[in-house]
Design a protein around this ligand. Sequence first.
Ligand code: ATP
Ligand code: MG
Length: 639
Amino acid sequence: MTTQAPAVQKQAKAPPKRAEQALARFHEEGALQAYDAKNLVRLWPFVRPYKAQFIASLALLLAASSLALLRPLIMKAGLDGIGKDPHAITRAGLLLTLVIVGEQAIAFPQMYLMQKVGATAMATLRRTVFEFLHTRSLSFFDRTPVGRLVTRVTNDVDAIGEMFASGAFNAIGDLLRLVVIVAVMMSMDWQMSLIAFAALPVVMIGVNYTRKRIREAFSEVRLKTARMNAYLNEQVSGMSVVQAYAREEEGAREFDAINEAYRQANNRSIVWDATMDAAIELISSLCIASALWAAGIHAHSERVSFGTLFAFVAYIDMFFLPIRDLSARYTLVQSAMTGAERVFDLLDNKEEDAPVKPDQKPETVSPDAPAVELQDVTFGYKPNVLALKDVSLHVARGERVALVGATGAGKSTVLSLVLRLYEISSGSVKVFGRDVRAWDRDELRTNFAVVPQDVFLFPGTVATNIAAGDKEPDMARVRRALERIDALDLFERREDGLLAPVRERGSNFSAGERQLIAFARALYKDPDILVLDEATANVDSDTEARLQRAVEGALKGRTALVIAHRLSTIRAADRIIVFHKGKVVEHGTHAELLVANGVYARLHALQFAREHIAEIGSHSSKAPAVTESVQVEAAAGEE
Ligand SMILES: Nc1ncnc2c1ncn2[C@@H]1O[C@H](COP(=O)(O)OP(=O)(O)OP(=O)(O)O)[C@@H](O)[C@H]1O
Ligand SMILES: [Mg+2]
């Protein structure tokens, strides 16, 4: 967060256009191209396992629609029979009752089957999206706000599910009805039919126009939903910063803007929907009126029976009903298709998941190859901005290698590449002699245990966090892991001991405690290679000493790649590799590097020496924290 001068702050109220646009780009990916049919086809594999139920439901739907069409005909027969056949009305009444009961009897299983198919298919889809997210490389998550992903799995999938739940497939029945009604009306009286249908082209044009507007509005609504979720997520995750910097009001203002945009988009969809409804209602009434008028003219010639007239009006009503329903269903399908489009758009994000290179045979893991080897690796998080330039290094089996260097030098990046969290642009990264791109991802990662710079704890207990990955934590192993880093007493002393609850992101534990849990987690896994990104955070001297012992405990007798900030960790390493601005500038042992009198020697003189003095001086007073970057800049500048 940047601090602003008071004068500038006033302007900040209305975010500058450029910043706003950049934000919009981040939150709302470009307009998606809509191909409804294509999306429907892509949904099919999720429905296919329940094909039988789906088809049964559609068949029942057609049966119900056909029954409904019989009603006016039965009434016509009854009405026309008055005065000729004394039982006509009774018969018609009985038949009508049967038809209506039949319709309702069919409606229940039809809806039940359809909803069940929809709900199950959507559960599969949600699972697919969720599993898909786990296969993404980290650069994907750098680019995508969390809230957007959450929206995809929840709201967007729900929108698709709504299509099944709300009877959108009844549209098929509606279409059938339209065709049959037109045929029946034409056969009854084609002249009157033509008058009744005169308005149809207007309806078609109107419906088509509104349909497009509704689709746009829905697309907008989904976009704004994602943005709102993303914003909410950021604000809640960063609540401590928001409150510490008193950004509540600004946050509220930004939220208002997003909220308002969401409301407007929603409003637009409602307005178009209501317009369409009202217009169709109006036209339907006009058609009935004109049919009646036509019948009035015909009445002189006594050509039109009362029954026919009744059936006619009933059919006109029935005719516009499916048109109105169709438009409502279309709205639902639109909403579902925009949802589907966004979900599939996410699933289409394949590009950075580089598979095994075709020209790369998965070499066998060789017994004497180094544990980790980087050859001429060049990598940038963003194209054109390189974080690593021609980096070559190796870690032999059983060796302990320390990476040192200024903030932003590229140390953590090396670790990410070894674990293949990102794809490199050139060079090669090998683990036990096999290219990381030739390893199966999961298999590759079983070789490592990582203690990251920012520890992440999952909600659960201390024990479940240490035994991450195990369904039931093996308590004996958890204890052993904690013992080895000399932290068992610390956690057992707490209320509930190892079963103490861990809240979201471990917010009820201190930074030092979180680090210790991370160490124990790594030891619990008991990996071949330990990867440790030492935290720079200042902790009290007691915890500091504990962490020191934890590092020692964790590293004992292991192949290790350690990003070290503490002098003791660095000195204990077999070899030290010095990074500066994305390049390896020196390597050797602590003693060799001091003799070489280069960047490391200066870094040591400037920072570690203080730590050294502090170490021998007193254990309770720590060296003043001076930012490392400034020092190495200074050190490197002297070259
Ligand atoms: N996810 C990311 N997206 C874009 N740039 C990144 C990302 N992570 C790191 N960088 C950039 O890459 C460069 C190297 O970062 P890296 O995290 O490797 O530094 P580091 O040596 O670990 O520093 P520190 O000691 O502060 O942890 C930095 O310039 C940083 O701004
Ligand atoms: Mg780092």
